[in-house]
Design a protein around this ligand. Sequence first.
Ligand code: HEC
Length: 410
Amino acid sequence: MMTKLYETCATVLVVASVLFSTAALAEKNPKLHQIRKVNAVLFEPGDFGKFLVATYSGIYSISGDGSAQHIAPKAGGLTELIRHPEQPNTLLSSGYRSKTEKLGVMRSQDGGKTWQLLSKGANNPVAFHAMAYSPSKPSLIYATGVGKELHASWDGGLNWEIVGKTPEQVFDITVSRTDPNQVFLATRVGLFKSANGGKTWSSAHPVKRTTTMVNVTAGGSVLAFIYGYGLVTSGSEDTLSWKKSPTNFVDRAIMNIAINPTKPSQMLGVIDTGAVFVSEDHGKSWKSFEGQDYATSERVTAGRNLYEENCAACHGEKGVGEISENGSKVDENGLPLAPAMNDSAHAWHHHDEQLIGTILNGSPRNERMLPWKEHGVTRKDAESLVAYIKSLWNFRSLACQGSRDMSCMH
Ligand code: HEC
């Protein structure tokens, strides 16, 4: 398990050469789930139905239906994206221009559309993978790259200094709501806290495993993700008493999080596979952003009823797949039996639209899978069926859905 995350996180941290050789997205207006790797997510201030994502090919603006507008395609291979706590149009980012060239610290003053180089960093151009404003003193910014150095700027990102060593490689960083010297680090060996601006560190959670995300919420609670353990929250940032959320994340990790400032129960999470998830209950339960509008409990129930009536005869109770009486794997025509719809087969290798398409139009390879639109199944029914089918999948299958299965094959 551990090795897997090291590999995954290594690809997040050491921007692998593949990222720049990947062909650009073929489609002009892709959907969020078609964007290969999302590194950071931020709600839009004026319109919380929208959010920005930083990717290895610049910035996209995402609408509630998942459609992605490429607002800054040339901004570079971006590894982080943060917003000024008091000036909503001011954003900072960092990352890579090419395989070998680091971007330094980039600033946008128009909400992410245009970007300028603000600073190279302390010495040579930096590629910060984690950055955080101090909410109570926004001229102060902390940042880390792939090394074990903590960088800080006291003038909004123009000049940088290396203020100290971090205990280990850092995945995420956050600053107290009220105290500019209180800093949290999510590192390869656990969560750490500093009370003196990063000069010294102490352990902040008893589980000393790779911690990939940390965030102090507007309400002053701390949220962190510990790989192989789960999402933990502490009601206060001073007396750290932790609670663990009930979701089983299997072998996936939340790398970055955005909390809706007008509705703090609502969060977006970026998973290590690059998929974006939504939580409506402070992070207790999560659903994939893809198909989130029809993944309601009413639609899942409607989908289950349709499934039991029309599909279970072949695809089995709860999607276990067709099991023949004589143990054969093919039907009387030598064609494969109805595949499992739970996460034991390949259903999760398909995006929602592909599953909906198969349900409505049938299979060109096997006439036993009917074109259900000719048998009274509407588009809305097909969506409900997919919502039900996805409710049978675990977190891992949801995070690996569609073309992301390639990043889940270690
Ligand atoms: C008479 C048996 C039968 C029934 C009933 C049936 N299917 Fe299928 N289904 C199949 C077979 C066989 C395949 C494999 C087709 C192929 O290999 O191309 C399949 C394939 C699929 C696939 C594609 C899976 C993949 O991994 O590519 C989906 C999705 C699906 N069915 C959903 C449904 C739903 C939803 C219903 C109910 C509305 C349904 N099926 C009813 C036999 C059936």
